[in-house]
Write a new protein. Structure first.
Length: 165
C-alpha cells in the first residue's frame, strides 16, 4: 500500500474544478428522472459518429466560416463549436455559419443527440458537456470571473469518447 506524501499545513490548496462528468452526474442527481424509453437504446458504438470539437474566441468567426465552408457536406463527422463569449452576447453566429456551409447548423438544446454531418453551436452563458453522444447544457460553475467553456467541453468530449477522442 502506498501513501500520498503529506502536504505541509501552511501550503496553499490548489482549487481543482470538477470534471465535466462529475458536474453532469451531480446535475442529473438533482433533476427528476425522465420516463424510460419505450424501446431499448442501441449500443454506444452503434450510435457514435466522430465528433470534432472546435474552440474559438469571440473574434474567430471568420476562421470558423472559412473552415466550415471547406468541409464536405457528407463527411460523416459532427462538429461542435464552443466559443468564449460574453455571457450577455446575443449574436447571430448560427445564421452566419449556416451561410458558410451546406451542413445544418443549430444552437445546442439540452439533450441534443449528436448526428453526423451537423454543426452544433453552444449558446452564450452555458457550459457544454457530452455523455453517450448527447449534448447537455450546464450552468457555469463560476457565474462571474474566469470561465473556460472550451476547456470544459474538450475534457467532457475526451471523457465521453475515450479512445476515440
Amino acid at each position: 500500500m502506498t501513501t500520498q506524501p503529506r502536504r505541509p499545513r501552511n501550503s496553499p490548496r490548489a482549487k481543482v474544478p470538477p470534471s465535466p462528468a462529475t458536474t453532469l452526474a451531480a446535475t442529473a442527481a438533482t433533476t427528476p428522472a425522465a420516463e424510460p424509453a419505450a424501446e431499448p437504446t442501441p449500443s454506444r458504438s452503434a450510435t457514435r459518429c466522430p465528433i470534432v470539437g472546435i474552440g474559438a474566441s469571440a473574434g474567430g468567426l471568420e476562421a470558423l466560416e472559412q473552415f466550415l465552408g471547406s468541409v464536405p457536406a457528407s463527411s460523416g463527422l459532427a462538429y461542435v463549436v464552443v466559443q468564449h463569449l460574453d455571457p450577455n452576447y446575443k449574436g447571430m453566429i448560427v445564421e452566419l455559419l449556416q451561410r458558410a456551409t451546406a451542413i445544418p447548423v443549430a444552437q445546442v438544446a439540452d439533450g441534443t443527440k449528436v448526428e453526423p454531418d451537423h454543426v452544433y453551436v453552444i449558446p452564450p452563458n452555458r457550459d457544454l458537456s457530452i455523455l453517450q453522444g448527447a449534448l447537455y447544457l450546464l450552468e457555469p460553475a463560476a457565474p462571474r470571473g474566469l470561465r473556460l467553456p472550451i476547456d470544459f467541453f474538450f475534457r467532457a468530449l475526451a471523457d465521453d469518447q475515450q479512445a476515440g477522442a
